[in-house]
Design a protein around this ligand. Structure first.
Ligand SMILES: C[S@@+](CC[C@H](N)C(=O)[O-])C[C@H]1O[C@@H](n2cnc3c(N)ncnc32)[C@H](O)[C@@H]1O
Length: 253
């Protein structure tokens, strides 16, 4: 079995287990981040939108309120089931769903006006390949938008260690400069860079095999008053809280 297949199997296994809890977590639909995401995508009523690695369809369903049509695609069938349920609950008609790989999108060139992906690039072994695919299926003059956690350069290695402990399907998080660099390499024209902090409670986001190692990593930062992971971890009455540093980069195709 080659490494790509093994990695995709890890993704499907992790996100099959996490499909329901991920879909139900309020932070994944929090308003500030979603508002910023929709502003960066600037979706109009005639637009056809693609949400890559759509998961349970949270961004896709929010975009559908502004678009002519939205397609969501994800590698994990259990996530697509959640997306269909979300669409039905919201009574939205203008969406469809596919299972498939972000690095080999099953769509013709220039098929969409807006192509977005949220919280997915850190799972990909080759995010540049996915961005090239997103560009290919976006029409000239359309927009490509990537939203993901972007640790500060000095925290990147520790952040990746923490995320790999929390979620074995984590690959590597890019810094915002690395993400912008991928855009240049894909011949996209940068339009905007925005950011927000996604506040999280560790216990709602992890069922790691090695919870002790994960806790110890956060505890070391908290006890020493350092922020090596770059997530401003703190202990509260209900457990360890921290934030994901999220960037939104939008490009013109
Ligand atoms: C953290 S979830 C984000 C879901 C959704 N985009 C959101 O923001 O709510 C990551 C998603 O990426 C999907 N994924 C990971 N690698 C993928 C790939 N190569 N192609 C398509 N989807 C992928 C997973 O199945 C999972 O649903």
């Amino acid at each position: 079995m080659n490494d790509d297949i093994r990695h995709n199997d890890r993704i499907i296994s992790q996100f099959t287990r996490w499909a329901q809890p991920f879909a139900d977590l309020p932070i994944h639909a929090e308003e500030d981040g979603m508002g910023r995401t929709l502003a960066a995508a600037a979706i109009g009523p005639a637009d056809h939108v693609l949400d890559v690695a759509c998961g349970p369809g949270i961004v896709a369903c929010a975009a559908a309120a502004h678009a002519a049509h939205v397609t969501g695609i994800d590698l994990t069938p259990a996530m697509i089931e959640q997306a269909r349920a979300r669409q039905a609950a919201a009574g939205l008609a203008n969406l469809d769903w596919r299972t498939g790989d972000a690095t080999a999108l099953p769509f013709a060139d220039d098929s969409f006006d807006r192509v977005v992906t949220r919280y997915s690039f850190h799972h990909l072994r080759e995010p540049g390949r996915a961005l090239a695919e997103m560009r290919r299926v976006c029409r000239p003059g359309g927009r490509v938008v990537v939203i993901d956690a972007t640790p500060a350069p000095e925290c990147q290695a520790a952040y990746d260690r923490m995320e790999t402990l929390r979620d074995p399907s984590h690959s590597s998080a890019l810094t915002v400069e690395q993400l912008r660099g991928l855009g240049r390499a894909a011949a996209l024209t940068e339009l905007s860079v925005d950011s927000y902090r996604l506040e999280a409670l560790l216990s709602t986001l992890a069922d790691a095999d090695d919870m002790a190692a994960l806790d110890a990593m956060f505890d070391a930062d908290i006890a020493e008053g350092k922020d090596r992971i770059g997530v401003q971890a703190r202990r509260t009455a209900d457990g360890i809280r921290f934030h994901f540093p999220i960037s939104i980069v939008a490009w013109h195709r």
